[in-house]
Ligand binder design. Structure first.
Ligand code: ADP
Ligand code: ADP
Ligand code: ZN
Length: 213
């Protein structure tokens, strides 16, 4: 890929944003930035921000805009973002998208990975994450090469917000607050839609095709 990529991945919780972001990050040599991962790290470390965020996360709500905008501002200022980046899970509200504009960040591509709510609910029960290295697996669709341990050797865990009742409220939050961003970016002419596939490699192929079209 020769042109600069400043990509936003949109999509419901569990649509496969993180999975695709990791693959594209390696293949294109640009960092993948997940606000969810940054917040979970703060929760794990017991920082003030992390403690305040935990309640929102565990109820399936969004963390306040001011908090995540601050996180992203700091992260995008780091030198590894100079040549492009992938945003996984930010922006999630119209004010967050407007904040990117105000920061002067010029997004080149927005890809929405579309997966029906029923399929999301099936998938989330099988998500396993590594608290040490952040890797994500699925017990059936994307198992760890290391059985019930991560490739890095650590135990795999279930996210506290992946319980079915929390997933339902995260899906509501997505439809109400995040989905309007499709119109926001479509109006700018940079929105592309990718239908999430059964096999994650097939979604990767469609995502790359959208970027290289
Ligand atoms: P998923 O990948 O399943 O969509 P994330 O890891 O991106 O989940 O986010 C987990 C939780 O972290 C969200 O449900 C929300 O509470 C919080 N969060 C992450 N990113 C944002 C954001 N941009 N704005 C507000 N809250 C966020
Ligand atoms: P998001 O970041 O959008 O919340 P993830 O990338 O964490 O989504 O994926 C959610 C779960 O679904 C994970 O357990 C992941 O391994 C699995 N998964 C990802 N892509 C696919 C796919 N195409 N088919 C089935 N399962 C998938
Ligand atoms: Zn690991």
């Amino acid at each position: 890929m020769t042109r600069e990529i400043k990509l936003i991945l949109l999509g419901a919780p569990g649509a496969g944003k993180g999975t695709q972001a990791e693959i594209i990050s390696k293949d294109y040599g640009i960092p993948a930035i997940s606000t969810g991962a940054i917040i979970r790290e703060a929760v794990k470390n017991g920082t003030e921000m992390g403690l305040a965020a935990k309640e929102y996360i565990d109820s399936g709500a969004l963390v306040p805009d001011s908090v995540v905008i601050g996180i992203i501002k700091e992260r995008l200022a780091m030198p590894d973002c100079k040549g492009g980046f992938i945003l996984d899970g930010f922006p999630r509200t119209v004010p967050q998208a407007a904040a990117l504009d105000e920061m002067g960040v010029e997004i080149t591509d927005v890809i929405s990975i579309e997966v029906a709510d029923e399929r999301i609910l099936e998938r989330m029960g099988g998500r396993r994450v590594c608290k040490a290295c952040g890797a994500t697996y699925h017990v059936v669709f994307n198992p760890s090469p290391n059985g019930d341990k991560c490739a890095c050797g650590e135990e795999l865990t279930i996210r506290s917000d992946d319980k079915p009742e929390v997933v339902k409220s995260r899906l509501d939050t997505y439809h109400e607050q995040t989905e309007p961003l499709k119109d926001f970016y479509n109006a700018k002419g940079i929105l592309k839609i990718v239908e999430g596939q059964e096999k994650l490699e097939d979604t990767t192929a469609l995502t790359k095709a959208a970027l290289e079209a």
